[in-house]
Design a binder for this molecule. Structure first.
Ligand code: PMP
Length: 437
């Protein structure tokens, strides 16, 4: 028998036309699709186009690919696990990759988080966290505490409960407003981490909790970085005070660390900027180093015990088919080992320094409303919304992969990006910004 010939799949013009006609891409219309670039391979911090051009990756595939692509150690973990078992149901069964991953997560997340629920995507992790919070209060005989409070400009995913806590006005789900549960929205924090703290910044949240805590199950927020809702960084004191308010008014705190988790902000988890521990924490994206879809919901023991012993019957009624997928858990284990055994802090710090040295200077352009940096995140907010397709084309021509949205041009590269590669990203952003001026 002949050995199969290894050849890399590519895309013909007919394939691309089929894609345009039949495939929905994220946040696009089939009637008027945005262009999709044919990527046939990815390695290190580069994506390879079908015509052979390589693009420096500024997006880490939306916060996820922290170690870059096609990583030998992660590949080996996946290949090794395939020899044993790619999937098995999690109902009534456990397996080594899940137990090893739970151990690692319990060890590296804030000390009080010690129970793990494996979900299959970030949005599902948020759904599960919300169900947990509601069930917690049902268990304590307080079923009236079943609403969520959150902050404006937040983003927590695209499923229904997650949509209900996304900013209803500025966010992307306004269309569904009549169909999702109305939740409570406090004003977003305005103070940046660099500014002096003023109590006024949290007045709106304080007032909401004071007046409505009897019907509130939990406060859900993205710690320190409001991501898809505007890429804004806020003051750690806001988070510290939010924790205090939750304790005072008996409201659970859910930290959505799906984007910020695993080092992106310079701390392993963004909650650590404020030295707080949430009752429930959602993780996703970089959990598998961007290799496959897996998320986790971590809870404090009191949450797990209350749900377990409570009125709701004790069981948490959630159990997706691919829960705890062994292949994803094995890669997540390898990704966490890679992260924690390597000098990720130095890498993120050095990216932050390089971003600060250059990107903050873009504030001098009239077309720029604000340029800001936190950890390995660089954001240029333009005065006016950008033409995404036109800008993306220019970026590709300049040899970089950056996907703007709204008024924002932003990057969150893999932590292993080289200085030269990061300069290329910054050169491309500066070219676009100075042209717009
Ligand atoms: N929460 C936050 C803070 C996110 O950034 C995202 C993804 N952009 C989600 C939740 C949803 O995760 P997923 O896309 O994996 O469903």
């Amino acid at each position: 028998m002949q050995e199969p010939v290894q050849h890399r799949p590519s895309l013909t013009d007919a394939d691309l036309q089929f894609d345009r006609d039949h495939i929905w891409h994220p946040y696009t219309s089939l009637a008027d699709p945005l262009p999709s670039y044919p990527i046939v391979a990815a390695a290190g911090c580069e994506l390879e186009l079908a015509d052979g051009r390589r693009l420096v990756d500024g997006m880490a595939s939306w916060w996820a690919a922290i170690h870059g692509y096609n990583h030998a150690y992660l590949n080996a973990a996946a290949t090794e696990q395939l020899q044993h078992m790619s999937h098995v149901m999690f109902g009534g069964i456990t397996h080594p990759p899940a137990v090893a991953l739970a151990r690692q997560l319990v060890a590296i997340t804030p000390a009080s988080l010690d129970a793990v629920f494996f979900a299959d995507s970030g949005s599902v992790a948020v759904e599960v966290a919300i169900k947990m919070a509601i069930q917690y209060w049902v268990s304590l005989d307080k079923p009236q505490k079943n609403r969520l409070v959150t902050i404006k400009r937040g983003y927590h995913g695209d499923t229904f409960a997650a949509m209900s806590v996304c900013d209803p006005v500025n966010g992307m789900h306004g269309l569904f407003q009549g169909a999702v549960r109305p939740q409570l929205f406090a004003d977003a924090p305005e103070l940046t981490p660099e500014q002096d703290w003023q109590q006024q910044d949290i007045a709106s949240l304080t007032q909401l909790l004071e007046q409505q805590h009897q019907q509130i199950a939990a406060l859900i927020l993205e710690p320190i970085v409001q991501g898809a809702g505007g890429m804004r960084f806020y003051h750690p004191e806001y988070l510290r005070q939010a924790r205090r308010l939750c304790d005072h008014y008996q409201v659970l705190l859910i930290a959505d660390e799906i984007a910020t988790g695993f080092g992106r902000t310079g701390r392993l988890f963004a909650c650590q900027h404020a030295d707080i521990e949430p009752d429930i924490m959602c993780l996703g994206k970089a959990l598998t180093g961007g290799y496959m879809t897996l998320a986790a919901v971590m809870t404090q023991r009191h949450v797990a015990n209350t749900i377990g012993q409570g009125n709701g019957g004790g069981a948490l009624m959630h159990g997706p088919t691919f829960m705890g997928n062994p292949l994803a858990c094995a890669v997540a284990n390898a990704s966490l080992a890679l992260l924690t055994h390597q000098p990720w802090q130095l890498r993120v710090h050095s990216i932050e320094q390089q971003l600060r040295a250059r990107l903050l200077g873009f504030n001098r352009y009239a077309s720029v409303a604000d340029a800001r940096v936190l950890g390995a995140i660089g954001v240029v907010e333009m005065q006016r919304p950008v033409n995404v397709a036109a800008l993306q084309k220019r970026f590709v021509e300049a040899g970089v992969w950056i996907r703007p949205f709204g008024k924002l041009i932003y990057i969150m590269p893999p932590y292993v990006i080289s200085r030269q590669q990061l300069e290329r990203l910054l050169d491309a952003i500066e070219m676009v910004v100075s042209d717009t001026d």
